[in-house]
Design a binder for this molecule. Structure first.
Ligand SMILES: [Zn+2]
Length: 96
């Protein structure tokens, strides 16, 4: 029986993060939102992928899915890299 990618990767899933003006945000594709990575007691900010700030932030990034493990990978559109490494399984994905 063919296994799905989710079954092949048994480790914990990690959300990708992006740095924006010195603040770090989780990129949660399932919930379609950015979420600040802030230590307590600072409050967590939720920014939906909707017209406005969330859309403007989203337009700066390419959101890819690793073809080996399914990990979400977020790359800045300003990046000049030719490829990107999956932070979960280490596979290299071409951006060209
Ligand atoms: Zn991967």
């Amino acid at each position: 029986m063919k296994r799905t990618r989710e079954q092949e990767w048994s480790g914990p899933r990690r959300l990708p993060t992006v740095d924006r003006d010195g603040d770090e945000y989780f990129v949660d594709v399932c919930l379609r939102q950015f979420r600040t990575v802030t230590p307590p007691p600072r409050h967590v900010e939720f920014i939906d992928f909707k017209p406005g700030r969330g859309r403007r932030m989203l337009e700066d990034y390419l959101i890819l899915e690793c073809f080996w493990c399914g990990q979400t990978i977020v790359v800045s559109r300003r990046s000049s890299e030719k490829d990107v490494q999956c932070m979960q399984c280490g596979a290299r994905l071409s951006l060209r």
